[in-house]
Write a protein that binds this ligand. Sequence first.
Ligand code: GRF
Length: 235
Amino acid sequence: MSGINMSETPLRLAVLLSGNGSNLQALIDAIEGKQLLGVEIVLVVSNNPNAYGLQRALKHALPAIYLPWGQANVPQKTEMSENETRLTSLLRLFQVDFIVLAGWMRILSAPFLEQFPRRVINLHPALLPDDGTGSTYITKDGTEIPVFRGLHAVRQALDAGIKVTGSTIHYVTPEVDAGPVICREEVAVESEDTEESLHERVKVVEHRLIVEAVRKLNRRDAITEHLPYDKITEH
Ligand code: GRF
């Protein structure tokens, strides 16, 4: 991956997605609106040929690729899957500096992630603790809530009857939805909420947070190998 120098070379982002791509759109809008300087999206990858996110990318003349992702080809602990090897080739071809998982529904292996240390981030539609691990989270009002991970975090929050959930941007580690937090924000659960209405409000927050996270990470000092994760964690 190329070195990062905000003043001379824009940060080259790849966005990986599987569906709607509203968070990709938030990044596109921020870059086009000059609210995210020194950043460009150089590649959009989807494992789903029907992902609307691919259309969004093409509307803005961004390179957009459907990458078939064989289900049988699951990540191993010691080596990359064929899917990941092909993805790696693409990321290198497009000289990607940084990878945003924006609704990407496939697990990435440790060997894949080790190639891009501190350079893969994910959006999660629930609140995660600072270091990403653990099973409980303390909200601003002091309430302890369960940590919801995986595909149905919004539904789980609703089913649990909690009053506050939120969105978290975190570094990706081999454990799913368990990496160190970059930024996050709480969202109140309303009594009349459905999974859809709550997820929509969480997404409104996400669209702001993902731009904030990329802006923060584009500070050159935040991406040096020597800086521990917790030095750039702000809430
Ligand atoms: C977001 O809610 C994100 O937290 C989750 O997947 C959703 C993607 O939404 N990981 P979109 O495709 O960006 O609209």
